[in-house]
Design a protein around this ligand. Structure first.
Ligand SMILES: Nc1ccn([C@@H]2O[C@H](COP(=O)(O)OP(=O)(O)OP(=O)(O)O)[C@@H](O)[C@H]2O)c(=O)n1
Ligand SMILES: C[C@](O)(CO)[C@H](O)COP(=O)(O)O
Length: 236
């Protein structure tokens, strides 16, 4: 008797992204939180959402905003005729709390990319890399090699350290949803500066993938000029 095997295509897991934009941007020293500042013709946060939507228009987008800026964001949506679908939830006092709030409104299984709203230049290639690797390993975090020399500083001294032992961590940080929710539920404090650290604290090994130097985090005023220069160079 002959047996026939039907090869079904592997079903891809459902994709979500939480875009955290719940901070106040104190280091930018602007009157409006940096995620709403104009980068060329539209707010930083719109560039970020467009990047995820152009990676995959079927992705579910959750935006975390400071509660007191939700109305302002809705006005910006009208002004800029912004049509990318997304749900909104409120931020917390720390980035950790904002991500946790974002996770709490996602009730399906699959993969979730957590990304800083303040990283508007993220490429489809880096987003894809984190989703592909998270599908295989349960988590994937974008990282780049350090370009500067590094020194460890203490009160009265400083010492050179070997920079090849370090990488600079970016977002997206992409996870199996059940796993990252369990890690956030288990966390004993809210001072984690990123989500991979929350998962590591839960006992998992972090899987690094190649990020992109252009995926800068808008943090201080000159970052806006640099981001605009990068956008301009992409149009050439
Ligand atoms: N309570 C917070 C703090 C930060 N973030 C978001 O996390 C990302 C990275 O944080 P950071 O660059 O530090 O933003 P801010 O906290 O806004 O900036 P600052 O530290 O200069 O005040 C940003 O997109 C920011 O909006 C957030 O959603 N909720
Ligand atoms: C998540 C992050 O962007 C990875 O580099 C970074 O840790 C955020 O840190 P911040 O102090 O909130 O800017």
């Amino acid at each position: 008797m002959e047996l026939f095997f039907v090869h079904l295509p592997l079903m891809s897991l459902l994709k979500h992204a939480i875009i955290v934009a719940g901070g106040i941007g104190s280091r930018m020293q602007a009157s409006t939180p940096k995620q709403f500042l104009l980068l060329e013709d539209r707010p930083v946060l719109m560039h970020t959402l467009e990047a995820f939507y152009s990676y995959d228009s079927s992705i579910t987008l959750t935006v975390v905003l400071p509660k007191e800026h939700v109305t302002y964001w809705q006005q910006l949506i009208d002004t800029h005729r912004f049509t990318i679908p997304h749900q909104i939830t409120h931020g917390g006092r720390s980035r950790f709390e904002s991500v946790r709030n974002g996770l709490s409104v996602i009730d399906s299984k699959g993969l979730v990319a957590v990304h800083d709203g303040a990283r508007p230049l993220i490429s489809s290639a880096v987003i894809a890399r984190t989703f592909d690797q998270a599908e295989k390993h349960g988590n994937a975090t974008a990282a780049v090699a350090i370009k500067d020399s590094l020194r460890r500083v203490s009160t009265n001294q400083n010492h050179a350290v070997d920079r090849s032992e370090y990488v600079s961590i970016q977002t997206p940080q992409t996870f199996n949803i059940s796993l990252i929710k369990a890690a956030f539920a288990h966390a004993s404090h809210d001072q984690f500066t990123d989500d991979a650290s929350v998962l590591e604290h839960y006992g998992e090994t972090i899987n690094l993938v190649e990020g992109d130097y252009a995926n800068l985090k808008i943090t201080t005023p000159e970052d806006i000029w640099i981001a605009e220069a990068i956008l301009k160079s992409r149009k050439k």
